[in-house]
Unconditional design. Structure first.
Length: 340
């Protein structure tokens, strides 16, 4: 049994409550949920914006149902890494999960679109694209895989950091061993720059940097800071190559047990947590930057052009069906507006 499954008493979950619920079940196929709290998990620590946003989501649910629906958050990766908890979520062992797009790349081709390097030109462009129909299509594509995509959260932009020296051009990356999340797309992205890609869960990165198993990794300011990677990797080079968003999902098995009105409530509460998350995110980026810079990490600006030239070359190997191409074109058509 997995670490996560051992950590929870799933048998305790009480989805149906008493005779009236049973009657409702007979009539509608499902009943109002009563009893134990929903479970949710996130790889990040408790004060991270994604975790706080999901907690806020739970508070909204609870307030709107007088406590009938509530949520218990297992933060800090205590139930396992994203890949493992995602699997448990698809089997209904966890109700909610906040993950990055990366672990979904091998499951659903449409998620690769929003994880393409240099596709989004700014956070504003990413939001503009994913807040509307394009985002809805990507979220809906998760359903056949046992997941209900509820909303996207911000994740800023990812850049490379390492223990060796500043990266200014792709040539500086040659031979570096760089950790990536477990996604073929990320592997190809790093290889296209001449570095060696080492897929690894996030919670192993600090130790691997400290022991020299890897030379570096890539991530946004808050993850670089909150995972303490900056204490070991003292060079952060602002390639800003990726603005792949975070995703908040629900297990379809848990979803199917809800009444239609509870489902609508869940969707609405998730949507309401997005502006809150963005507010926390902007504050967190500023705070993480200050901590990292204050610690003396050498941060350098980078001309993105040669990185973009190398990395967009691998798009074609991942965008190979008409639906993906259509989404890429629609996202590109939204370029050029106000940026952030
Ligand atoms: C973070 C993201 C996590 C995880 C992590 C990683 O930015 O919030 O969900 O995907 O990156 O690199 O594994």
């Amino acid at each position: 049994m997995s670490r996560a499954a051992r950590g929870l008493d799933f048998a305790r979950r009480d989805v149906l409550g008493g005779a009236s619920a049973l009657a409702a079940l007979t009539m509608s196929g499902c009943s109002p949920r009563v009893g134990s709290a929903f479970t949710a998990t996130d790889t990040h620590v408790l004060d991270y914006p994604t975790v706080q946003a999901v907690i806020r989501f739970g508070e909204i649910l609870s307030a709107r149902t007088d406590g009938r629906l509530s949520l218990k958050m297992y933060a800090g990766g205590q139930l396992g890494n994203e890949r493992d908890t995602l699997e448990i979520t698809t089997f209904g062992g966890l109700d909610f999960n906040r993950i990055n797009l990366a672990p979904l790349n091998s499951i659903e081709p449409l998620t690769k679109v929003a994880a393409l390097p240099f596709l989004f030109e700014s956070t504003a462009h990413m939001r503009r694209s994913l807040d509307g129909e394009i985002g809805e299509e990507i979220l809906a594509s998760l359903e056949p895989h046992g997941l209900i995509g509820l909303c996207f959260y911000d994740s800023g932009s990812r850049s490379f950091y390492n223990t060796r020296g500043p990266i200014r051009t792709p040539a500086d990356m040659r031979g570096l061993k760089l950790r990536v999340p477990g996604s073929d797309l990320y592997v190809a992205m790093v290889q296209s720059l001449g570095a060696d890609a080492v897929p690894m869960p996030l919670d192993e990165v600090y130790q691997s940097l400290a022991q020299g198993v890897i030379d570096g990794a890539e991530n946004n300011w808050p993850s670089f800071e909150s995972g303490k990677h900056f204490e070991v990797a003292r060079y952060y080079s602002l390639t800003n190559h990726l603005l792949a968003p975070e995703v908040f999902v629900m297990s379809k098995i848990s979803w199917d047990k809800l009444t239609a009105s509870d489902q609508a409530l869940v969707r609405d509460a998730a949507r309401q947590s997005v502006p809150y998350m963005r507010e926390l995110w902007d504050r967190q980026v500023a705070k993480s930057k200050a901590i990292v810079m204050g610690s003396g990490v050498e941060v350098n600006e980078v001309d993105p052009a040669p990185f973009a030239a190398a990395m967009t070359g691998m798009w074609d190997s991942f965008i190979d069906d008409a639906r993906q191409r259509n989404l890429v074109e629609r996202i590109q058509a939204l370029r050029g507006g106000e940026s952030e």
